[in-house]
Design a protein around this ligand. Sequence first.
Ligand SMILES: C[S@@+](CC[C@H](N)C(=O)[O-])C[C@H]1O[C@@H](n2cnc3c(N)ncnc32)[C@H](O)[C@@H]1O
Length: 282
Amino acid sequence: MSLSQFTSSTPQVEYALGHSSRELDRLSFQGAVFAPFTRQLFAQAGIEPGMRVLDVGSGSGDVSFLAAELVGEGGNVLGVDRSADAVDRARARAIRRNHPNVEFVVGDPAAMQFDQPFDAIVGRFVLMYQDDPVESLRRMTERLRPGGLVVFQELASSACRSCPAVSAYDEAARWMGEALRGSGARPELGMEMHSLFLDSGLPAPGMRMDAVVSGEAESPVYDLLAEAVRSLVPTLLKLNIVSPAHVQIDSLADRIRQEVVARRAVVVSYGLVGAWARKPNA
Ligand SMILES: C[S@@+](CC[C@H](N)C(=O)[O-])C[C@H]1O[C@@H](n2cnc3c(N)ncnc32)[C@H](O)[C@@H]1O
């Protein structure tokens, strides 16, 4: 089934992660862990010095800052997020980090007009939250010059696994997928990006997939999942996916870590599927 066939009956997505200060901190932590993957994707896709880039759903600003490194002083990056709290956080970080070629504004790029077309449109973990990802991507692509680049990195939640099985990790991974799905988001959109690009009028994309794999006690991989689950606790409880007594969020990362180390196991984080293509010339 193509994505466009099930978009019309899709319920409105409730953005389940919220924009609390702790969630914005989590985005920065996750951004630091995934930075090498996103940097490699952008370089492979062709983000280059001098480009004018639009970052859709910029959150705390991490993807915009990475793009800004690649486009250099001769280029510029506009990060757009529909949350004013996220934009305030990203702006403050841009000032602290002295990124003069990055700006952040509040809005939804699919519904905004810009004075010039972009050379590239990028985003990470954002199309999965759209009511109609095909229509959103199609409209965003209208803000791109012919031949410009579309580069997105989206979630493959089912990449999470442990070997040998670590019950606390596998259970938390299941909670994350169910909470996102229950809120109307698409936790497997990464694996649907080939058809999403085609349905949006783009060519078949180049693709790659990345994930963190580790069994080291000090790996960030345990907090990566536990902190995502923390932001989803209100949704988990509302949807009765887990009881308040069972979730024990403050000890989750340590319980996973202890079980991994005791079992000499490795765990795989949720996956990031990158997809990129150029907008056809007219
Ligand atoms: C999971 S966060 C990812 C943030 C950032 N891309 C990163 O990887 O760190 C998703 C962000 O996208 C924003 N968002 C979702 N849909 C959007 C839309 N249509 N237009 C603008 N922002 C959007 C949310 O407000 C949220 O801040």
